[in-house]
Design a protein around this ligand. Structure first.
Ligand code: FMN
Length: 203
């Protein structure tokens, strides 16, 4: 089984509706470790050794966060800046992450229609995540399609619960290497794979 590390970042978890539920869906999943970055480092002083060890102990690294200003909350950028050291994560001798998978689990206030050229946010969500995709590539990791929960400004409890179940399905498929049965590299979002994932095997 693959080991999954969830690098979770929510700067105001007490006000969260979506991630508070999503994170509960992964806490008791087999082979899944949740690392709450704001809880571990409320002052943003990241323990680089601890983080590098955690990454090395896992095969798949998922960054879970609400989209803030078309990007991630600040601690994730801080994490990249400090943890992904030259000749560790990248560079001619930087092979620590080679062969691992990396992906994003995000929520955004805007609905799918707002992330169209004609919509308020103009660009599709995957384009706002390009720094993650290219960082994965630079570090010789495989970038997974992101899972996106849209429209959180008007989301219902039922849709949040369904999203939590979908997230659990994704984690189970990743942990059990069930993705290879699908053409997942061709998907732009993990959301597209859910109908097939639910039929290629259960938790
Ligand atoms: C500071 C801030 C910036 C935000 N920026 C965006 C944004 O760029 N695009 C968007 O769709 N939603 C944006 N939102 C909405 C959040 O993404 C949304 O509230 C969050 O995904 C809901 O998850 P939660 O209930 O776990 O907090 C922003 C919210 C805050 C507080």
């Amino acid at each position: 089984m693959a080991r999954i590390l969830i690098q979770f970042a929510h700067p105001a978890l007490s006000k969260s509706q979506v991630h508070r539920v999503l994170i509960d869906y992964c806490r008791n999943q087999k082979n899944v470790t949740v690392n709450d970055l704001y809880e571990s480092y409320p002052d943003m002083f990241i323990d680089v050794d601890r983080e590098q060890k955690l990454v090395l102990q896992n095969d798949i690294i998922l960054f879970q966060f609400p989209l803030y200003w078309y990007s991630s909350p600040a601690i994730i950028k801080q994490w990249f800046d400090l943890v992904l050291e030259h000749n560790w994560a990248y560079g001619s001798r930087g092979n620590a992450l080679a062969g691992k998978k990396m992906g994003c689990i995000i929520s955004c206030g805007g609905g799918p229609d707002t992330y169209l050229p004609t919509g308020r946010n103009h660009y599709p969500v995957d384009q706002f995540l390009l720094p993650f995709e290219q960082t994965a590539r630079l570090c010789k990791m495989e970038y997974l399609p992101p899972f996106v929960v849209y429209g959180t400004f008007h989301i219902t409890k039922e849709v949040i619960r369904q999203s939590g179940e979908q997230y659990q399905t994704i984690l189970s498929a990743l942990a059990n290497d069930r993705l290879n049965a699908l053409n997942y590299q061709e998907a732009t979002y993990f959301n597209e794979l859910l109908p097939d994932l639910q039929t290629v095997g259960q938790v």
